[in-house]
Write a protein that binds this ligand. Structure first.
Ligand code: ADP
Ligand code: MG
Length: 443
């Protein structure tokens, strides 16, 4: 056959005859870096009408997926799935390195098709469903780490919601104490920071640190890290022949990043997730990473729904992503957060932040045709008379009854509290469920 999709399905069924015995696999419905997902129904129901059949999503994991990672994903689905809007697993089949998870199928559309189309009530129901799922996952001490629209499936007609894809989920690891600031005690021993930095080119890295003792990596990652640490320590203590060597941080003297800091080993921290949904603590490589990583991503999804913009953040790398956050939340807020996480962010200019309400109002307004020759702002890509970047934006605090861009004030206040840059004060899923935007719901 010259249909590559049919060919793929055929190959899978040959490798996994058990799957073929039970299921009819119809077509591919999803594809990521780590899996392909197919629509299937039961062979014994092949005589039934389409509407009578039970439908399944078959997730075929790439054979290179680490066994410990696969085991963890399966364990998450098994322990937490099947309730509170979290996908469950019906069956797992394996033959050598071919592994599939069989899950109930939920019809859904692409987020981009409904992002600008949901009214306040529908947005509240959607956010409530997402936060119910997150509260459930978090109660197990698990961080999903890849909360985003394509992992939260929404059956709009039947008002059903499913959080899927635990391929990056991690257990919460208690944060190690941060080292004292370098200029106080430069010889202080650094705590061991775990590294799950992606190799170049990889979309994401899936390494569950808590699973490491059971894994069988040919070269233990921890050993690689240790070697690296020793080397950098040695280098740091070796004076360069005769040259004056800074022995402590001098950033404040030069108003930038000093030579001493330039030579410090880069911080390392988990950064698994998807661009555009990473919170400040991940972008800042802080070890303070907990379930608040997920509620930030929920905040990004809410911001998308309020402004009818997807993707909401577009930066291609972590440093630009931080700059983008400074644009939205203000540079002072980002710098404060960084300081409380033991990091320092040096920005070339200061930004006051953009009021989410004004942004929603502006972005939801029908586009005004810009006169020809109107310069387009290179930052926000809006015609310059409408550009938000040039004017400093003062936070507008409306009263509780005010409706902006079709949404009550409470919707913006929830978004702001989920997009709190400091992970320690960010709203948890449980707290968010008690927010007026969601408790005022009468469904
Ligand atoms: P990946 O790790 O490759 O991202 P996911 O589990 O997120 O895998 O699945 C990829 C896509 O497959 C999803 O975005 C969704 O479109 C589709 N999908 C996954 N599970 C289901 C399901 N239970 N029902 C319907 N579609 C699904
Ligand atoms: Mg996914």
């Amino acid at each position: 056959s010259d249909d590559p999709e049919k060919e793929q399905i055929g190959e899978l069924l040959v490798k996994l005859p058990k799957l073929n015995n039970i299921f009819e696999v119809h077509r591919k419905i999803g594809e990521g870096t780590f899996s392909s997902v197919y629509l299937a129904s039961l062979r014994k129901q092949s005589g039934l009408a389409e509407s009578q059949k039970r439908w399944f999503a078959i997730k075929h994991l790439v054979p290179t997926a680490h066994p410990a990672r696969v085991e963890h994903e399966l364990k998450c689905l098994h322990d937490m799935g099947g309730r509170h809007n979290v996908i469950g697993v019906e069956l797992c089949l394996r033959q050598l390195d071919t592994i599939v998870f069989v899950m109930p199928y939920i019809p859904h559309r692409k987020f981009a098709e409904y992002v600008g189309d949901m009214d306040s009530h529908e947005v509240a129901l959607y956010m409530q469903a997402l936060l119910v799922a997150l509260k459930h996952v978090h109660s197990f001490g698990v961080i999903h780490r890849d909360v985003k629209p394509s992992n939260f499936l929404y059956d709009r007609e039947n008002k059903r919601y499913l959080l899927v894809d635990f391929g990056l989920a991690q257990r919460v690891v208690p944060a190690l104490p941060e080292p004292p600031p370098a200029h106080i005690n430069s010889s202080a021993k650094r705590p061991r920071e775990e590294d799950t930095e992606s190799p170049p080119g990889a979309k994401r890295v899936a390494l569950d640190l808590s699973l490491r003792p059971h894994t069988c990596l040919s070269m233990p990652v921890s050993k690689q890290i240790d070697t690296l640490k020793i080397n950098t320590t040695l280098k740091r203590n070796m004076p360069k022949n005769g040259a004056s060597v800074l022995t402590s941080c001098a950033c404040s003297n030069i108003g930038g990043v000093c030579a001493w800091c330039m030579r410090r080993p880069g911080a390392r921290a988990p950064r698994a997730g998807t661009q555009g949904f990473r919170p400040p603590e991940v972008l800042l490589k802080s070890p303070v990473q907990g379930t608040a990583v997920d509620t930030w991503a929920a905040g990004v999804m809410l911001a998308s729904l309020l402004t009818a913009r997807y993707p909401f953040f577009r930066a291609a790398d972590d440093v630009s992503a931080l700059a983008e956050l400074a644009d939205l939340l203000g540079s002072a807020a980002i710098q404060r957060t960084a300081a409380s996480l033991g990091r320092r962010v040096v920005l070339s200019g200061s930004r006051g932040g953009i009021c989410l309400r004004k942004l929603a109002k502006r972005l939801r307004r029908p586009p005004i045709p810009a006169p020809r020759d109107t310069p387009i702002c290179p930052r926000c890509t809006l015609p310059q008379p409408h550009c938000l970047c040039l004017r400093p934006q003062k936070e507008h605090i409306p009263d509780d009854t005010e409706v902006v861009a079709g949404f009550p004030e409470s919707a913006f206040s929830l978004a702001t509290q989920l997009l709190e840059p400091n992970p320690r004060t960010r709203l948890s899923a449980e707290e968010a469920l008690k927010h007026p935007f969601l408790t005022n719901l009468c469904s």
